[in-house]
Write a protein that binds this ligand. Structure first.
Ligand code: FPP
Ligand code: MG
Length: 290
């Protein structure tokens, strides 16, 4: 990824790129584990990480997020205009490199980017009001998060001459479970552990799966109170009420069990084709605490 950015021969871009925090590099790890570490696999891994990094730069502008991966976001330090343009540069450079790949691989990754953009648009729309429909939520997280992970696993399998469909299902389940765990951690963990403000999703207007399950479990007064807290800055008492209600109702646990079921399916798919380290990635992701 760095050599692609260095190849742009632009000091300003390189400096901005070097200050970006790296994150977990889940997508690159998947490519390398599925397709090995030959030159093409490394290039594909870098391209997908560039697209992912671009999407987070844009997402932080859209979400007005000041912190990303434990440090100030690029929009916080350089302003939204620079963050949008840096996202465009990473995204375009990724596509410039992607066109050298076999058509079905390039198409798979490119169409996932369309999906994630539509998913982000749906997320923005759904965040305008309290949204208790689990199907709408699942559709949105599939497009926003899982589509790129699905395409990552499938395109790496194509590169390696493996059965792309099995890897696509693995990636889809991993991606959906990943986003649900992310949504759970937003409620259960502290800001220090997360590297971004805790319990911020609901303040931002996002009715994530634990909130949908909580709403289903609450009585009439509880439902009204929950809706009244949606999309506003929460004080400590309000946060405590939500956390306690999440525990009492079993909403967090129910969301976790759902992520676990999807994860277990992904694990057994990979065990079936002898890919134990890909199965281990799912287990570590489900059991992570940041
Ligand atoms: C994070 O969601 C956001 C995404 C996974 C996708 C964002 C996609 C776009 C902005 C589309 C544009 C794409 C490109 C390639 C330029 P989140 O806000 O729920 O998670 P967070 O807590 O990590 O911010
Ligand atoms: Mg965001």
């Amino acid at each position: 990824m760095k050599s692609f950015v260095t190849g742009l021969c632009n000091q300003e871009v390189l400096k901005l790129y070097e200050n970006l925090p790296h994150g977990k590099r889940l997508r690159a790890k998947l490519v390398l584990k599925i397709a090995g570490s030959g030159e093409e696999a490394v290039r594909l891994a870098a391209i997908i990480e560039m697209i992912h990094a671009a999407s987070l730069l844009h997402d932080d502008v859209i979400d007005d997020a000041m912190v990303r991966r434990g440090v100030a976001s690029l929009n916080a330090t350089e302003g939204s205009k620079q963050a949008v343009m840096m996202g465009d540069i990473l995204y375009s450079k990724g596509f410039e490199e992607l066109v050298d790949f076999e058509r079905q691989i390039a198409k798979k990754v490119a169409s996932a980017v369309t999906q994630l953009s539509i998913g982000e648009m749906m997320d923005v729309r759904l965040s305008k009001r309290f949204q208790p429909d689990p199907d709408a939520y699942m559709q949105m997280i599939y497009q926003k998060t899982a589509a790129l992970i699905e395409a990552t696993a499938a395109s790496a399998a194509m590169l390696a001459g493996k059965e792309a469909h099995i890897y696509a299902v693995y990636g889809r389940n991993l991606g959906i479970a990943f986003q649900i765990v992310d949504d759970i951690l937003d409620i259960s963990q502290s800001s220090e552990q997360l590297g971004k403000p805790a319990m911020h999703d609901f303040e931002e207007g996002k009715t994530t799966l634990p909130y949908i399950y909580l709403y289903e479990a609450l009585d009439k007064d509880g439902k009204e109170r929950l809706i009244s807290l949606h999309g506003k800055r929460l004080d400590d008492d309000e946060k405590e009420w939500i956390k306690a209600a999440m525990e009492e109702s079993g909403a967090l646990q129910k969301a976790y069990m759902y992520a676990r079921e999807l994860g277990d399916e992904a694990v057994s798919l990979m065990q079936g084709v002898g890919e134990t380290s890909l199965a281990d990635i799912v287990t570590a992701m489900i059991e992570r605490d940041f």
